[in-house]
Design a protein around this ligand. Structure first.
Ligand code: ZN
Length: 197
């Protein structure tokens, strides 16, 4: 949840997660910040060109739209909030050719006026209904239980691909979650497919 602090690739991107999604042909929407894409441009291009994945907008540098928000630094004006979205759109379009259409608030923190602001910036603000609880969770079975118990048809599951130390067990949990949900008849789709947007 804290991509604003960039201190090394291993700490902020668990490549095993992407490999697992590809091996299992599991579609996903990947919310990335502009700063993340600037740090990992080849990965961002690779995601964008893979039909399994949909790139989405997670602000420029993961600043909260409202505070307090899990200790995140915050932006305090609407123009700064708009720039968090528009700067990322411009950067990702230039880098990958993709124009993002969905936005997730850093930390999920927002006010009702922020929802309108996001629509004004031509994005759909998307929250989630299944909290995997993967940030800083060191027991994969807790994440697995949260997701398996919470998922219904149409659910949006939020998970993090940062890897250690922020999301150390996400990969391990997904190795159970993906085959288990598929065996229960679920199909993983991108947000565009789910929302028809
Ligand atoms: Zn985040």
């Amino acid at each position: 949840m804290r991509q604003a602090v960039l201190d090394g690739e291993a700490a902020h991107y668990d490549a095993r997660i992407i490999a697992l999604l590809r091996e299992t042909s599991t579609e996903a929407t990947l919310f990335i910040t502009g700063l993340w894409a600037k740090t990992y441009p080849s990965q961002a291009r690779s995601f964008a060109s893979d039909p399994l994945f949909e790139l989405a907008n997670h602000s420029w540098d993961h600043r909260a739209f409202r505070s307090p928000c899990y200790g995140l630094a915050a932006v305090t004006t609407d123009s700064a909030r708009r720039r968090q979205i528009s700067r990322t759109v411009a950067y990702l379009r230039e880098l990958t050719g993709v124009t993002t259409r969905h936005f997730r608030f850093p930390g999920g923190c927002h006010s009702s006026s922020d929802v309108s602001l996001v629509y004004d910036e031509a994005h759909i603000p998307v929250q989630w209904d299944v909290v995997s609880g993967d940030p800083f969770q060191t027991d994969a079975s807790v994440i697995v239980d949260n997701v398996l118990q919470g998922t219904r048809g149409g659910s949006i599951i939020v998970m993090h691909m940062n890897g250690r130390p922020n999301a150390p067990k996400t990969y391990r949990a997904l190795r159970t979650i993906i085959p288990e949900l598929k065996s229960r008849g679920y199909r993983f789709v991108t947000l565009s497919t789910l929302l028809g947007s």
